[in-house]
Design a protein. Structure first.
Length: 288
C-alpha cells in the first residue's frame, strides 16, 4: 500500500500541496526581491509605503497588504523603529523671540509655510548636525546643511539654499522654527528680512508646535542614514545629499496622498491630510 494511503490522503492531494508550497515560496521570493530593490535607495522605508510603491507588481502576484506584512515578517524585513534624542535647542539667550504666526493655519499651497529645525546626527567623538528647511505643505526639503558644530552659519547656509530654490517667489512666505539661538540671532534674522520671509516661532515646548520639522528629521535618520554615526563629515555630507534627493523625488507621503514631495510641490490643488491633537485650537499636519 502506498504511503499516501496509509496517511489517509490521496496522491493527487499530496502532490498538489507540494506544488502549492513551491508556488507560495516562489511568490514570496519575488516579493522579497522587489522589496530589496526599493530598499537599495530607501533602506528603512516602511511596509505601507512599500505596498503603495509595489501595488501593480503585488497585484499581479496576488499579494495583498496583509500577506505582504506576513512575508516581510517571515523574512525579518519588517522595520523596527528606533528612538534617539539629543537636545540641540537653546532658548536661553538675549535675542528677540518672535510670535507664533501659524497657530490654526493649515498650509494650502507650496511655499506658504517653511519649517526649520536642527537635528543631531553624530556621536561624542564625531559631532555632526543637520539643519533643514522644509515646506510644510509639500514636505519637500528646500535647503539643508551638514556641519560639525551648532554655529549659526550652518542654519544660514540651509536657509540660503532654500531661498535660492524657491519656485513661487511672489507668495507670502512664513518661516517657522523653535526659539533656538541660531534662529533668533541677528545674522539669521537679516537673511530672513533680505529674503522677505516672515518670522514665526514656537511659543511653548509642546512637541506638536514644530511637528513637521521634527518628523522630517526622524524620517531621514530612521529610513535613510540610519543610526551609524561613525562616518566622517565629508562622507555624511554626501550621504545626506543623496538621501534628500531620493526623499524629495521617490518617497511617497501619507499626508500628501502618497505623492512625493516633488510632485506635491508642483501643484496647489490637493488639500493635505491633517489631524487634531489634544488641544482643540491646534491643527497638526498628519503623519508622513
Amino acid at each position: 500500500m502506498a504511503t499516501c494511503g496509509l496517511l489517509g490522503i490521496s496522491r493527487q492531494v499530496y502532490y498538489r500541496s507540494i506544488r502549492s508550497s513551491y508556488r507560495r515560496k516562489a511568490i514570496a521570493q519575488q516579493v522579497v526581491d522587489l522589496v530589496k530593490n526599493i530598499r537599495l535607495q530607501m533602506p528603512r522605508i516602511g511596509t505601507r509605503k512599500l505596498y503603495y510603491l509595489l501595488q501593480d507588481d503585488l497585484k499581479g502576484l496576488g499579494v495583498g497588504r496583509d500577506l505582504l506584512f506576513r512575508i516581510l515578517k517571515a523574512n525579518h524585513l519588517l522595520i523596527v523603529p528606533k528612538r534617539q534624542y539629543h537636545i540641540t535647542t537653546s532658548s536661553h539667550h538675549r535675542f528677540r523671540k518672535h510670535k507664533n504666526l501659524i497657530t490654526d493655519v493649515v498650509p494650502s499651497q507650496p511655499e506658504q509655510i517653511w519649517v526649520s529645525d536642527i537635528t543631531y546626527i553624530g556621536n561624542r567623538t564625531n559631532p555632526m548636525y543637520l539643519a533643514l528647511v522644509t515646506d510644510a505643505y509639500s514636505k519637500k526639503i528646500m535647503g539643508y546643511d551638514v556641519s560639525d558644530s551648532l554655529d549659526v552659519k550652518g542654519s544660514i547656509r540651509a536657509l540660503k539654499m532654500a531661498i535660492k530654490t524657491r519656485c513661487y517667489k511672489p507668495n507670502i512666505l512664513v518661516h517657522h522654527s523653535d526659539r533656538g539661538l541660531q534662529y533668533c540671532s541677528n545674522q539669521y534674522q537679516d537673511v530672513l528680512k533680505k529674503g522677505k520671509l516672515q518670522c514665526s516661532m514656537t511659543e511653548s515646548y509642546d512637541p506638536y508646535a514644530n511637528a513637521v520639522a521634527e518628523r522630517i528629521n526622524g524620517i531621514l535618520k530612521a529610513e535613510f542614514i540610519g543610526y551609524n554615526t561613525s562616518h566622517k563629515l565629508s562622507v555624511m555630507q554626501q550621504l545626506i545629499s543623496d538621501s534628500i534627493k531620493i526623499y524629495n523625488t521617490c518617497r511617497p507621503h501619507y499626508s500628501c496622498f502618497m505623492k512625493t514631495p516633488e510632485q506635491m510641490h508642483q501643484q496647489n490643488e490637493i488639500k493635505i491630510r491633517t489631524y487634531k491633537n489634544k488641544y482643540p485650537s491646534k491643527h497638526v499636519v498628519a503623519g508622513i
